[in-house]
Design a protein around this ligand. Structure first.
Ligand SMILES: NC(=O)c1ccc[n+]([C@@H]2O[C@H](COP(=O)([O-])OP(=O)(O)OC[C@H]3O[C@@H](n4cnc5c(N)ncnc54)[C@H](O)[C@@H]3O)[C@@H](O)[C@H]2O)c1
Ligand SMILES: [Zn+2]
Length: 397
């Protein structure tokens, strides 16, 4: 028998270094007006006075909604020809989940980067909803092991949540966001002009993330939303603007100060209401979109918080009213769907939620309006009763 080498024979040297990340999140209006310097300033952030090569990829839904956009970007580049050169022509990318589902999207993007000779000193600029930002961001993060990437989020959800973060992903093997990286972008430019062109349904969907983050992080923000549901439901630009900024700031704050920007632990602290939301999106084959599912998930977990005694009686009704006044439909029959053993299919969302990160099941509930609290189990029977309650309170339209 061989001797087991003792640990003292091992020569262990600890390698350690840290990298500070920094990127601007700019809120602006009409970023491609020649007088607007935010893109030029972002490009020049570390290398002023240089001509920067940029490849531009844009969501085809945005290009249809704003037909003059490609010309406007090219006019902007001509005006700033000393600082910005567009590599090739603007490349349209299929908008929405299609681009994350199609296995050819990333190979096509990589081929394009290669054709355009993108290197680590050039920029990949993505203009689009969260899905296009995710797909282009992922391709940019793996090309040459990561090239500079600037995002122009064009939906409420992308401007106040997904687009200001550090993640990207595509769907693979039938699983959402299975393949992706953590890759902080070079800059994020939130241009409110894009929101003007967004369909009402998409505008509303993004507001669910604001209600979510307000409930777990900032009671004053929730009360502001509560006081302004009428204006928000009518998509008043001034109110939407404020909602996007405050929501984005709370998401940025979590990444900056939460202690786990690359999510190595078991918690997903900002994913309140998301264990059921992700499952509901899946069960309805995305008939219910992400924000709409989050609104339902938030309503359910708020009720669950009350039923478990964490949150005061009546606060569930209050949250439900805010969501209803914002125009959300808070019921879908898929909430009642059962699997072959007669269990609620929705409950599988808990296991999926845990598997995505690994480690212990960690769910955020509410201890107060503005204060989330983590728990490590959910009672199936009680979840069923929350679903009953939701159906009574918010019957199908
Ligand atoms: N990376 C992250 O941290 C993160 C976090 C949350 C969500 N996401 C991802 O974001 C995606 C959802 O993003 P989304 O809600 O922004 O929607 P989306 O990207 O799916 O876009 C929805 C639709 O709106 C169109 N569109 C986008 N902007 C428009 C505009 N200004 N005018 C008109 N049409 C426009 C798109 O073409 C698409 O058809 C999901 O894939 C989700 O997984 C990523
Ligand atoms: Zn979300």
């Amino acid at each position: 028998m061989l001797d087991t080498p003792s640990n003292t024979a091992n020569d262990v040297r600890l390698q350690s270094f840290s990298i500070a990340y920094e990127y601007p999140v700019v809120f602006t209006r009409d970023a491609f007006c020649p007088a607007n310097r935010c893109l030029i300033d972002a490009l020049a952030r570390r290398e002023a006075g240089k001509l920067h090569r940029c490849a531009i990829f844009a969501d085809d839904g945005v290009l249809s909604a704003i037909p003059g956009l490609a010309d406007r970007i090219s006019d902007y580049a001509s005006f700033h020809a000393r600082h910005l050169k567009i590599a090739g022509k603007l490349v349209p990318v299929p908008g929405g989940e299609r681009c994350k589902n199609d296995p050819d999207t990333v190979p096509r993007l990589l081929a394009k980067f290669s054709e355009l000779a993108i290197d680590r000193h050039s920029f990949v600029i993505a203009v689009g909803g969260g899905a296009v930002l995710d797909a282009v961001g992922y391709a940019a993060a793996i090309f040459h092991r990561g090239v500079r990437h600037i995002r122009f989020p064009t939906t409420v959800l992308a401007q106040n949540d997904s687009g200001v973060g550090v993640k990207n992903a595509i769907n693979s093997l039938g699983l959402k966001n299975l393949v992706g990286t953590f890759a902080p972008p070079w800059a994020i430019i939130n241009d409110s002009i894009f929101i003007d062109h967004l369909p009402a349904r998409e505008k509303r969907a993004g507001m669910a993330e604001a209600v979510k983050v307000a409930l777990i992080r900032n009671g004053d923000f929730f009360r502001w939303i509560e006081r302004n549901t009428t204006a928000l439901a009518q998509f008043s630009p001034r109110h939407l603007d404020r909602l996007i900024k405050d929501c984005a700031e709370l998401h940025m704050r979590q990444i900056r100060l939460g202690g786990d920007p690359f999510e190595t632990g078991s918690a997903r602290p900002l994913d309140f209401g998301h264990w059921s939301a992700h499952k509901l999106e899946h069960l309805t084959r995305h008939e219910v979109n992400h924000g709409e599912a989050v609104a339902i998930g938030v309503a359910l977990d708020t009720r669950y918080s009350v039923m478990t005694g964490l949150l005061a009686e009546g606060e569930d009704k209050r949250v439900l009213d805010v969501l209803k006044r914002l125009g959300f439909t808070l019921w879908h029959n898929a909430l009642r769907q059962q699997n072959v053993t007669g269990k609620l299919s929705l409950l599988k969302g808990l296991a999926d939620f845990q598997e995505h990160l690994g480690g212990e099941l960690t769910i955020t509930l509410l201890a107060d309006i503005g204060r989330g609290i983590e728990v490590h189990e959910m009672n199936a029977e009680l979840v069923g009763r929350c679903i009953d309650w939701l159906q009574q309170q918010a019957p199908a339209p």
